[in-house]
Design a protein. Structure first.
Length: 256
């Protein structure tokens, strides 16, 4: 994080910020500064490369606004959500909140910079089986085979802006709107990928599949991308297979 702190100090001087204690984040430096939040993404964290581009396309509709950015430094300012309560921690119906947000975030961008789900699916179809063997085959082969089937069946014509990391920890209580999305990990592809973060973090995947299906998402693709993506994001270069991710994949796979 040393280099990120140097970048943060340079950005604070550039934008006239008084930095507060940073928020906990494994992959980025996130620092409140009055009414804004400074975020600096690590250069190796490629999933976050186009985070500000997605936020700018949404234009504040259901997501935080980008107030300034320095693309060369992978740094940007966003509005600060107050009180900033996570949806996870609020005594509200999370499915109702998400149902109010997703239709506003659904769009098909043209001339965009985002990576495609199809390209990622090709990579996952190659890498996940190799990691399965390297990691000692820590789950049933049928789950791996089903995930590879999902990757290979990707719809290469789909062009929706989707978020791989939409969940209750990345939806915050705010003042400008009741709830705002933060920290997207954008791709362009099938709309059902919007559900993977919700399913990956769900105690009851069926509840979320049912709620999203009511919005028009395909039930089978929700379930398929849910368990397949949990495996795609389930490997850590230092620790190997994440048991939480594997358990989530199994739970989604077994949901009907």
């Amino acid at each position: 994080m040393t280099d990120l702190w140097q970048t943060a100090r340079e950005c604070a001087e550039q934008w006239g910020l008084t930095l507060e204690p940073p928020l906990e984040d494994r992959y980025s430096l996130v620092i409140p500064a009055g009414d804004v939040v400074l975020k600096v993404n690590a250069d190796w964290h490629f999933e976050a490369e186009h985070e500000p581009d997605a936020l700018e396309l949404w234009g504040g509709r259901g997501a935080v606004r980008v107030l300034a950015r320095d693309a060369a430094r992978r740094a940007f300012l966003i509005e600060r959500c107050r009180p900033g309560t996570r949806l996870w921690d609020a005594d509200v119906d999370g499915t109702a909140v998400v149902a109010g947000l997703l239709p506003r975030l659904s769009l098909e961008p043209e001339g965009h910079p985002f990576r495609s789900l199809a390209d990622e699916a090709d990579r996952w179809a190659y890498e996940v089986p190799k990691l399965y063997e390297a990691g000692g085959r820590p789950f049933e082969r049928r789950l791996l085979d089903a995930a590879v089937d999902v990757f290979r069946s990707v719809d290469r014509t789909a062009g929706f802006l989707v978020n791989q990391d939409l969940h209750g920890g990345n939806i915050l209580r705010a003042e400008r709107e009741p709830w705002l999305v933060i920290d997207p990990k954008p791709l362009v592809g099938e709309p059902e990928l919007d559900g993977v973060g919700l399913l990956r973090n769900a105690n009851d995947p069926c509840r979320w599949i049912n709620a999203l299906a009511e919005l028009g998402y395909d039930r089978d693709r929700l379930r398929g991308w849910g368990f397949a993506h949990a495996l795609a994001w389930g490997w850590d270069e230092e620790d190997g297979w994440n048991p939480t991710s594997v358990t989530a994949a199994e739970a989604i796979y077994n949901s009907r």
